[in-house]
Design a protein around this ligand. Structure first.
Ligand code: RTP
Ligand code: MG
Length: 205
């Protein structure tokens, strides 16, 4: 009697094959649940910015040589990203005398012009195109007044500098300037893409 209990008949034993089938079943169950979870977590592609008629503007920003020498590029870019502006162009480049003359045409003849061109062409700059609602005004507000001494605390120029010659960043000052300047630095056009946060950050027309 005792011996029989210790050695149950083969038909009722739990062998290696059953173990495998049991664990495969559990794995299949977990897989199905995971697939459903992933499907719910990542909804199908959102309608594009064009379809939503979101009101946006594009502006040109230049991180000037002092921003790069001082290792501030990442922190400055972060401010624009956090505000909700979208990066649609970026180019590390050395400004030629010709490009500087084109870009700063409105300042030709002013006492600071030669110094400004010398500064802007002395080492690389980072050109960026940023998009968002009222991007031109928003970017200028984040930048602050022209010189660090006068710029409000909390702005890029207000927080990171107090020089009259080196003021870290340039931003287009009107839609006309933006169109003109974007054509100078991004003649090949911009990268159009739909950030998935757009419907939460940008207004409709
Ligand atoms: P940006 O064009 O660079 O965005 O600067 P902004 O509009 O605030 O200033 P803007 O009047 O257009 O001047 C262009 C750049 O020239 C230099 N500047 N120096 N020493 C001076 O009196 C003087 N005035 C202007 C600055 O680098 C300024 O960003
Ligand atoms: Mg200006």
């Amino acid at each position: 009697m005792r011996a029989k209990e210790l050695h149950p008949s083969p038909s009722t034993s739990w062998g290696l094959g059953e173990n495998r089938r049991y664990f495969r079943g559990i794995l299949a169950f977990i897989n199905r649940k995971l697939a459903k979870f992933v499907q719910n977590a990542y909804p199908p592609a959102l309608p594009s910015i064009q379809t939503l008629n979101l009101l946006v503007e594009t502006t040109l920003l230049l991180l000037k040589p002092d921003a790069l020498h001082r290792g501030l590029a990442g922190r400055i870019i972060t401010r624009f990203e956090e505000k909700g502006l979208q990066l649609v162009g970026m180019r590390l480049m050395r400004m030629s005398q010709e490009t500087a003359a084109k870009h700063y045409a409105e300042h030709v003849g002013k006492p600071f012009y030669e110094g400004l061109v010398g500064f802007m062409t002395c080492s690389p700059i980072l050109a960026m195109a940023l998009r968002g609602p009222d991007a031109i005004t928003v970017a200028r507000r984040l930048m602050g007044k022209t010189f660090g001494i006068e710029a409000d605390a909390g702005t890029i120029r207000g927080d990171f500098g107090c020089s009259k010659s080196y003021n870290l960043i340039h931003g287009s000052d009107s839609p006309e300037s933006a169109a003109r300047e974007l054509a100078i630095f991004f003649p090949e056009g911009l990268e159009d893409w739909d950030p998935i946060s757009a419907p939460w950050l940008w207004d409709r027309e």
